[in-house]
Design a protein around this ligand. Sequence first.
Ligand SMILES: Cc1ncc(COP(=O)(O)O)c(C=O)c1O
Length: 423
Amino acid sequence: MDSENKMFGEFERLFPGGVNSPVRRYGDNPRIIEKASGSRLTDVNGKTLLDYCLGFGPFILGYGNPDVKKALSKQIEKGVGFGAPNPNEAQLAGMIRSSVPSIRMMRFTNSGTEATMHAIRLARGYTGRKLIVKFAGSYHGAHDYSLIKAGSGSTTFGNPSSPGIPEEVSRTVLVGEYNNLDSIRRIFRDYGKDIAAVMTEPALGNIGFIKPENDFIQGLREITEDHDSLLILDEVITGYRFRYGAYQDVLGIKPDITTMGKIIGGGLPIGLLGGSEDIMSRLAPLGDIYEAGTFSGNPLSMASGIATLSVLRKMDYSALEKMTEKLVSGIDQALESGRIPHEMSYLVSAFQFFLTREQVKDYESVLKCDAKSYMRIFQELLKKGIYLSPSQFETNFVSFAHTDNDIDYTISSFEEVIGSAKN
Ligand SMILES: Cc1ncc(COP(=O)(O)O)c(C=O)c1O
C-alpha cells in the first residue's frame, strides 16, 4: 500500500466517499494532488499527470500562469475581502461587458450553482411566472431546480434526481430533449403562458460534449420570444472557452440572462449572472428580487479573473483549436484501428470520445455509451501519467499550456492502451 492509499483512507473517514464533490471519486484510490503547473498535476507521491480535466474547466491557461500568480500575490498584500465594493469588481465586469454584448449589467456570485439558482429566481420574479424548462442532461449546478431529470415518456414535468428535493419543486421544472425543438414546442403548447424561462447550456458539457444541431438554440430563442418567456444561456463552461467572449455570439443569439463561472475566475471560486439593465435592475437593492453573498465579488477571485482574461485576450484560440484537432484525430484513429465503435465530438478546446455505435446528440444517446470501457481506458492512461476527465459523462479540455509533445505523448499512449477498452 503506498502513502496515497493510506492517505485516502483518512479522506474516506473525513468526507463522504473521500471527496468534497462527487465526480472527484473514481475507482478505489483517486490521486491526491499536491500541486500543479502548466499542463501537469503532481500527486502526493511526486508523480506527474498530464491533465485534460483541468479542474473541470477553469484552467484554460494551464496551472500557475505567471500573470495570474502575480496578480494574486499583489491582491493578498492588499487584502482578500472587504465586504464592500472594490475596484477589481468593476474592472472584471468592464472586461466582460465589453466582450459579451448581451451582458450590460451583472452580479458576481461565488459559484456557477449560485449564478443559475439566482438567474432562475430573477426570471421568475421578472416574468411573474413559475415554470422553468430545462433539458435532460443539461447541468446547472447542484441546487434543487437543476437536479431534475426527465420524467417518464408520458410526463414533461421532471422527477427529482436526488432524495431531498420536494416533489413540489420538481413540479415547477419541465424537462425537454436537447436538440429536439419539437419537444419544446409541445411543452410551450401546453404550458407556454406559465413558463418564466428556458435554461440551457448552449453546448452540453456535462454529459460528455454535445454541440447544438440545426439551429437548435436559435429555435429556442424564437419560441421563448413568441411566448414572452426568457432565455437563460448557461455559459459556465462555454464562456471564454472557444473565443474571447461567449459562445452565444458565435451562434448569433442574444439571451435574456447569461450565467458564467469557471474560466472568468481563472481557477478561483466565481459565478456571474448578467443581462440587460432592464432585467438586472430588478435585483436588490435596486429592485425587489433578492440575491446576495458574503464573498460575492471577492477581490481575490476578481484579481484572478482580470489577470486570466487579460492574458486570454491576447491568445490565439485557433492555435488551441489546431492542438485539439490533432489530439482528437489521433484518438479517432487509435479507436478506429482498434475497431472500437465510437463518435468524436469537439470544439476549439473541449472534446470527448463517446464509445458507442450511435450518433450522440442528447442525453438518451449518451446513456447508451460504454461508460465502463471509457473508465478502463481512463485507468490505463492514468498508469501512463495521463489524466482524462474521470467519466464518459464529463468533458475533456486542452489548455494553452499543453504542448505538441504533450499531444504526441497522449496519442501514442492512447494507441498502446486501446486494447483495454475491449476487456
Ligand atoms: C454548465 C454549468 N453550469 C453550472 C455549473 C455549476 O458551477 P459550480 O460548480 O461552480 O457551482 C456547472 C459546473 O460544472 C456547469 O458545468
